[in-house]
Ligand binder design. Structure first.
Ligand code: ATP
Ligand code: MG
Length: 333
């Protein structure tokens, strides 16, 4: 079976973007692939996280993933900091990746903002750790949102350079990104040109998986739109990023295509469309929220699942990373 790896940062509450662009696509892969999913807490601290909040958000993220359909009996689910192979391989990759490569990464530029000198060194080498997450398992398929495509290209460059420099052709495999669906890049509700992010300072910019009916209704009603009615055809969405985003979200949560959404709502104003969208979102999110609440009610059981996941993950990653260390010339312990 092909091995799949993906991760999500416990840097906030999972958003609709995380769900539609990533988590939802992870679920069916459990049945067809050897699937490994990770809450990447090492990545989260590349920007400041309050320690108590980080601990709370990490459990919440694990609960959200299970509530969305990940089954620890069918996949490996664990916390990144529990398996030290990730950090060890990341260090080797820090020494393989070139500064010039990292300088081109748009996520660093976006997240560092204007004061780049004040960004953490961890944020800069984030893609090297991400490459290590995947390659510590020699995973070949990585289901992610569209924003992570550039990091996966870099991971392939790192793997190729490692294989070449150390004379071990094929040691690390080529990685294929799996970027799926009409909502592979869900945009902010306040600005259709910016992606929705769980760490955006504005809570109004996103739908959180934990938002109740009132919060969803308020955010969708306030979501930025333009004054035109909805177009009849998808071609009419091209220069209208906010409209395109909302149509894409409704299509994704109702399991259809944007053209079908427009067949029903084309020519109408946003008012009635937004009410339909609120109902669809609430219907979709309520069962996930109920399951999350149930799981968070028993943190000891959740922690035990994560410990078991870490043991299973380490059993795969440890020999691979030990072999990489031997290739580099480190003496075995
Ligand atoms: P942060 O703001 O802390 O970076 P994030 O919302 O970007 O959080 P990540 O943990 O960085 O979430 O990414 C987890 C997964 O969600 C990745 O596969 C990423 O591609 C996907 N993802 C993130 N935002 C979106 C989005 N707006 N649309 C679709 N997929 C997304
Ligand atoms: Mg992100």
């Amino acid at each position: 079976m092909q091995r799949v790896f993906s991760g999500i940062q416990p840097s906030g509450v999972p958003t609709l973007g995380n769900y539609l662009g990533a988590i939802r696509n992870w679920v069916p892969l459990q049945d067809t692939h050897d699937a490994i999913y990770c809450v990447v807490d090492l990545h989260a601290i590349t920007v400041w996280q309050d320690p108590k909040e980080l601990a709370r958000q990490t459990r919440e993220m694990a609960a959200a993933l299970i509530a969305c359909g990940l089954d620890p009996a069918k996949c490996i689910l664990f916390l990144q900091s529990h398996v030290n192979a990730h950090a060890r391989l990341a260090w080797i990759f820090n020494c393989v990746a070139r500064l010039g490569w990292l300088n081109r990464m748009t996520q660093f530029k976006d997240k560092a903002g204007k004061d780049r000198e004040a960004a953490s060194a961890g944020l800069y080498v984030y893609p090297n750790l991400m490459a290590a997450d995947i390659l510590a398992y020699k995973a070949v398929l990585v289901p992610v949102g569209d924003d992570q495509k550039q990091h996966l290209e870099l991971a392939n460059d790192i793997a190729e350079k490692f294989n070449h420099d150390y004379g071990v052709p094929g040691f690390f495999p080529r990685i294929e990104p799996l970027i799926q669906g009409v909502a592979a890049r869900v945009m902010s509700l306040r600005d259709g040109t910016k992606k929705m992010s769980k760490s955006d300072p504005s809570d109004q910019s996103r739908i959180n998986l934990t938002d109740d009916r009132d919060a969803v209704a308020l955010k969708i009603r306030r979501a930025k739109t333009d004054p035109e009615p909805l177009p009849e055809h998808v071609s009419g969405l091209e220069a209208r990023p906010e409209a395109r985003n909302l149509v894409g979200i409704l299509a994704a949560v109702t399991g259809t295509l944007p053209e079908n959404v427009l067949r029903e709502h084309g020519g109408k104003g946003f008012g009635s469309f937004k009410e339909v969208l609120v109902e669809a979102l609430v219907d979709h999110l309520s069962p996930i929220q109920a399951e999350m609440a149930r799981l968070l009610d028993d943190p000891a059981a959740l922690d035990a699942l994560l410990r078991q996941g870490a043991d299973r993950a380490a059993a795969i990653a440890e020999p691979i990373v030990a072999e990489a260390e031997r290739v580099v010339g480190f003496l075995p312990r």
